[in-house]
Design a protein around this ligand. Structure first.
Ligand code: 26V
Length: 797
């Protein structure tokens, strides 16, 4: 947009006056940020209205991405970037003697998700707007996001994330678009004259769902889509006592941490139905206002089920088409399956959602009837050809449980995993029966990231260098980064690349100093592992590797200086994960205070990992640890972000690591360890003996023994717990098995580090290849193959 600095300054001063009745320099930093956000909102408001009007006028197919989590990150910087006015606004701020970085940092970071799944949902919204695709988010406006993490004595402590304490400037409450969501009661089915059945509800509980819309601004497309998050409120004008009000408000009060316990399961079910019902209702209502014939629904609407949490969208759409639109079952089912598509995000069987039939029937009686009918028809349709056994294994209702992943597959026309290996494993194991029944539904969609946030915004040093080398074309089409390869033998470029990285490491060192009071040397190798704390991700293997270095250094061996940077939250009830957190902090205490090693080895565990902290860590990483047991990490996305800013990946052949290796080149990455096939074979043949591995390797014995021999102070019970898991429970995730290979891989990294030019070449190869992991391409593949929409403006133009 054609904004001048002078115009911006005028608008900004006016906003300060309008919002806070004061001049800019009298406002608090928070108010200055709010006024700025208000101005920016004004700059895209017309485009937002226009995008909606165009969509309606041209009857463009709309994609609705249903997700129980979204993690958009801070929006001020990305909105300015995407509108193409960042430089103008920053020049204006400078003229007003305001520091842009301080203002950006005043924005809160809505943590409405746990990790990869929620961040991916937000990356997709950014990407859809940036390729000009009409794609919107539908989710929950939690009053409290994922807990804030602190460390007290090395232990994780969870504090509530009261992110709405300051008003969230980007959202707009749309009370005129509120809908009613019904829970419980009894359903009576009364025959209508036309033979269909009318559902009459007795004693149901009504809850008002109020939408809050946030604009998703495309990168220089003029396309502005919507993230719609629903808040639960009592229906106005109805008598409510305090207890009833509290019950209603509870629905959207807190985000569930992806926990292993079963507490509060019913509330979670209420949450899921809440945003699904509100979303589907509002889609159908809007569709009927703008289209004559509901039978055309799949031609104009795609609903995407992001993991199983919104799987009951299948049931809710059926309910509306049957009960409210009086369609036949066959017609309603045809439209529903054609509208829905589903992504699976994990192979962890304990994470595949099921609901007890009794709970489901009590809370959602009409949906339960519909699920029973689907179950009945599914069994009847397939039993002849495939037999009782397969049908019973794969039916949506069995053993007193509703199986949401199965329901999602049966009710969708397309099902995908999030990396090649993951999709193959779905087809071969977790969803194998469905692959037999509906092979054509299965497809792979490898995840993606938004290089706008991770490179352009978070790594301006690198972005400037690339601009100077290639011009700005890569900013719109990151495949152009491939052209960097031509500079692989240009010593000046390699030196500049290393210098940019060093500058970023200096910035992270300042954060570490400020947060942990720890001085780290920016010239050391920064070895980063940032992701949720889970046994399968094997942060423990990383700890064992660094304990081995600790021992080697103590014994007088020389190793290049390394700073091990961790960021990870553990689910509050996940004991083992919390013990690993305590272990990492205890090891940090030990090595950071040991003058015999701390010139060469340091550990920085930064608390409260989230989108904003990731923006500080990722550009400063030299090494990206992606060391899950092969066959357990569906895709991973920090692997893609870290390669995009030039980190060298240290990885098992798991998830998207395999695809990263394919494009970056095996010589520019270090891989090690069991393959998924080998791990599965050992698991099913029961040939793994963790204790024997431990006994056979003196270096391994030494680090495992450190857990319990008092050499790491303060971990008596945690050390014992972890040792028990490894040796008595036979090491579920093969940490001991992969240990020797992991050490060898690390020595390869050390050797590479010794040659800064060669290191920079490997970094360059990763940056150059990272473009293909832009989520822009991922959503275009979904658009072509799953949602059947074509973006208005293909990127690259
Ligand atoms: C949930 C649970 C809950 C019960 C205990 C075990 C467990 C393990 C994992 C999960 C997370 C499930 C959903 C999820 O966040 N998956 C992540 O999705 C990312 C985006 O597709 C992908 O990159 C990650 O590999 C995948 O773990």
């Amino acid at each position: 947009m054609g904004l001048t600095t002078a115009q911006f300054i005028k608008d900004y001063k006016a906003a300060a006056l309008h919002l806070f009745a004061d001049s800019l320099d009298n406002l608090s930093t928070l108010q200055q940020y709010q006024a700025l956000a208000f101005v920016v909102k004004g700059y895209y408001a017309k485009d937002w209205v226009q995008t909606k009007a165009n969509n309606e006028k041209h009857h463009r197919k709309q994609v609705y991405y249903f997700s129980i989590e979204f993690m958009p990150g801070r929006l001020l910087g990305s909105n300015l970037l995407n509108l193409g006015i960042k430089a103008t606004v920053e020049a204006g701020l400078e003229r007003l003697a305001l520091d842009p970085v301080t203002l950006y940092a005043a924005e809160g970071d809505p943590g409405l998700g746990n990790g990869g799944l929620g961040r991916l949902a937000s990356a997709f919204l950014d990407a859809m707007a940036s390729v000009g695709m009409a794609g919107h988010g539908n989710g929950i406006r939690y009053q409290y996001g994922l807990f804030q993490q602190r460390f007290v004595d090395g232990y994780q402590v969870e504090l509530p994330d009261d992110w709405l304490r300051d008003p969230y400037v980007w959202e707009t409450r749309k009370e005129n678009r509120a809908v009613i969501v019904k829970y419980g009661g009894q359903v009576e089915l009364r025959p209508r004259a036309n033979g269909s059945l009318q559902a009459i509800y007795h004693g149901a509980e009504d809850v008002l769902a109020v939408p809050y819309d946030t604009a998703m601004v495309g990168y220089r497309t003029g396309c502005v889509n919507t993230l719609r998050l629903w808040a639960a409120e009592p229906v106005p004008g109805r008598a409510h006592n305090l207890a009833e009000k509290a019950r209603v408000n509870a629905i959207t009060q807190i985000l569930y941490p992806d926990d292993s316990d079963n507490d509060g399961r019913e509330l979670r079910l209420r949450q899921e139905y809440f945003f699904v019902s509100a979303g589907v209702q509002s889609i159908v209502t809007h569709f009927k206002r703008t289209h004559a014939d509901l039978h055309l629904l799949p031609q104009f609407i795609a609903i995407h089920i992001n993991d199983t949490h919104p799987a009951m969208a299948v049931l809710e759409l059926m309910r509306i088409l049957l009960d409210e639109e009086e369609m036949t079952w066959e017609e309603a089912w045809r439209l529903t399956v054609a509208t829905m598509s589903y992504t699976n995000h994990t192979l962890m069987t304990e994470a595949l959602e099921t609901w007890p039939e009794s709970m489901f029937a009590g809370l959602l009686p009409r949906l339960y009837q519909i699920a029973q009918e689907i179950d009945h028809r599914f069994r009847a349709a397939h039993v002849q050809q495939y037999g009782e056994l397969l049908v019973d294994r794969s039916a949506p209702i069995a053993n007193g449980q509703l199986r949401m992943a199965y329901l999602a597959v049966i009710g969708s026309h397309a099902v995908n995993g999030v990396a090649k290996l993951h999709t193959e494993l779905l087809e071969q194991s977790v969803l194998h029966d469905f692959y037999t029944l509906y092979p054509a539904r299965f497809n792979n969609k490898t995840n993606g990231i938004t290089p706008r946030r991770w490179v352009q915004l978070a790594d301006p040093a690198l972005a400037t260098l690339i601009d100077a080398t290639l011009g700005p074309g890569w900013r719109r089409d990151p495949r152009a980064l491939q052209d960097l390869r031509a500079h692989a033998d240009d010593p000046a470029f390699l030196a500049a690349l290393n210098a940019a990285k060093l500058a970023n490491k200096g910035r992270l060192a300042a954060v570490i100093q400020q947060q942990l009071g720890l001085y780290v040397d920016p010239s050391a190798m920064f070895d980063v592992q940032i992701k949720r704390l889970h046994a399968y991700k094997r942060q423990l293997l990383h700890v064992f590797g660094l304990l081995d270095s600790y021992r080697a250094l103590k014994a007088g061996e020389d190793r290049p200086a390394r700073v091990h940077v961790f960021g990870a939250k553990a689910a509050p009830s996940y004991r083992y994960a919390k013990s690993v957190i305590k272990l990492i902090n205890a090891v940090a205490d030990l090595v950071n205070h040991d003058p015999a090693v701390n010139q060469k080895l340091q550990v920085a565990f930064l608390p409260n990992y989230g989108v904003s902290l990731a923006e500080a860590i990722i550009p400063a990483a030299d090494v990206s640890e992606q060391i899950s047991l092969a066959g357990t990490e569906a895709s991973g996305t920090s692997n893609m972000k870290l390669m995009a800013t030039g980190a060298i990946t240290l990885a098992t052949l798991d998830g998207a690591n395999i695809e990263i290796q394919a494009v970056a080149g095996a010589e520019n990455m270090v891989t090690f360890g069991l393959t998924a096939t080998e791990a599965t074979r050992m698991q099913s043949a029961h040939t793994y003996n963790a204790r024997a591995v431990y006994e056979a390797d003196p270096r391994l014995r030494a680090v495992v023994d450190m857990l319990t021999d008092g050499s790491i102070p303060g971990i008596a019970s945690e050390g014992r717990e972890i040792r028990t898991e490894l040796l008595d429970y036979n090491d579920t995730y093969f940490v001991l098995e992969d240990f020797a290979a992991y050490l060898a891989a690390n020595r390869k990294l050390d050797a590479l580090w010794a040659d800064p030019d060669r290191w920079a070449q490997a970094a360059l190869a990763n940056i150059a290849a990272s473009g293909q992991f832009s989520a822009d391409f991922t959503v275009q593949r979904y658009g072509r193959e799953v949602w059947h929409v074509l973006p208005e403006q293909p990127i690259g133009d």
